[in-house]
Design a binder for this molecule. Structure first.
Ligand SMILES: [Zn+2]
Length: 406
């Protein structure tokens, strides 16, 4: 909370003579305890839980610089500093003609520079492994700001607020291999070394972030293990893209109302099968409902992707089985050759392609064919859908499933 942070700020200022960047730690200025808890002072954005929960209209007194403006400004600064693997603004982008208008961007050789996936693809829940890459190993220059709840109900920025020695900050950092402007990662409680696994509290934090952006073109996403998360350290992603996503345009049909009025709808006429959640008494209701569905899926060993859309008012829960099909040799060689890993963005209709040929020859038909390989079959989706709904209404299928993925 800020009041404590301010107290701490005064203490740290006295100790260090009020200046400098802390100057202690391992010397690499990293995001581990060694450097974070030794007087590191980082830009902090405090979000207001009160504003967001009550779904108030945009307050009269806005923070002077909005959350999203500042995020993009800081992101552009990291670009000037040369921290990205490629210049996304210089990458060719096009919207494909057709019914869905898939968006494609050409980033040649993207995955060659990406960190390799270092865990099993057939288990959605895996313990955190300290020997593998995690986000505490990145440098502080990749950090955009900390993202914490305001203690006085007011949103805003605090330049170089120090970190309490006991706290585990929520971090927003750049994605060094971006697929759109402002592509960032949200790493909840970074020093707690949480594995890639949804919990209600972290899911709600992502909801606060997408809401704080106050712009429907800033979306957030989540990939479970087995659905193309590449790092087993809890993180969400977000970026700014000024175009409607194909999945956002797909028609839906309400199939149930759960909790305190959260509507669950099924996606229609879209090549990926999934559910859309909206409504409810407030944001917390919606957040708790979707995170419960995610927790049910991960405990059932079902890979899934989440897309936070419309400032957190519509949440897509998309199901896929591509990694297992791939592992069982059930994907055609032409599709494998494209090396497209379908994560939340691809399922939503925004594709980063790695080969000039695929970009030039891309068509709606080709993308639909690819997504048909990614999606669950109609029959399987119906079974999963029923078990999700039962789990949300507290039915007997709400607990453990068989754990089979295919
Ligand atoms: Zn360090």
């Amino acid at each position: 909370m800020l009041s404590e942070a301010q107290k701490e700020h005064e203490m740290v200022s006295e100790e260090s003579g009020g200046g400098g960047e802390g100057g202690r730690g391992c010397g690499r200025s990293c995001l581990s305890k060694c450097c974070l808890r030794q007087g590191a002072k980082l830009l902090l954005y405090c979000f207001s839980k009160i504003d967001e929960d009550l779904c108030l209209p945009v307050p009269k007194v806005q923070p002077r610089v909005s959350f999203l403006d500042r995020l993009l400004e800081e992101w552009d600064d990291r670009k000037v500093r040369g921290l990205f693997h490629h210049d996304i603004a210089a990458c060719e982008t096009k919207v494909l003609p057709g019914k869905h208008n898939f968006i494609i961007v050409l980033i040649e050789g993207r995955d060659l520079k990406k960190r390799p996936t270092e865990f099993r693809i057939d288990e959605v829940l895996q313990p955190f492994d300290g020997d593998k890459f995690n986000f505490t190993k990145i440098g502080q220059e990749e950090l955009i700001f900390r993202f914490e709840e305001s203690s006085n109900g007011k949103a805003g920025y605090f330049q170089s607020a120090p970190i309490m020695s006991s706290s585990s900050p929520n971090i927003i950092a750049i994605n060094v291999s971006p697929i759109a402007h402002g592509h960032v990662l949200l790493i909840p409680r970074i020093l707690d070394f949480l594995p890639q696994r949804i919990d209600c509290q972290s899911f709600l934090l992502a909801m606060y972030m997408v809401k704080a952006a106050r712009n429907p073109y800033f979306r957030m996403g989540y990939n479970s293990l087995g659905a193309f998360a590449t790092i087993n350290h809890l993180h969400f992603q977000g970026y700014y893209l000024e175009v409607k996503f194909p999945v956002e345009k797909a028609p839906t049909q309400i199939i149930a109302t759960v909790g305190s009025g959260v509507n669950v709808a099924e996606l229609l006429e879209y090549p990926v099968r999934g559910l859309v959640f909206e409504g409810g008494k407030n944001m917390l209701d919606l957040s708790d409902t979707v995170s419960s569905a995610c927790i049910f899926l991960q405990e059932s060993n079902r890979p899934f992707n989440v897309l936070f859309s419309e400032c957190g008012k519509r949440i897509f829960l998309l199901l896929q089985c591509y990694a297992m099909k791939q592992a069982h040799g059930k994907v055609s060689p032409e599709i494998l050759e494209t090396r497209v890993n379908p994560a939340c963005w691809e399922l939503g209709g925004h594709f980063a392609l790695k080969r000039r040929k695929d970009f030039d020859e891309a068509s709606e038909e080709g993308i639909c064919k690819f997504l048909a390989q990614v999606a669950l079959s109609e029959q399987e989706f119906q079974l999963v859908k029923e078990s999700i709904l039962k789990s949300l209404s507290g039915g007997p299928a709400g607990k453990k499933n068989t754990g089979e993925m295919l």
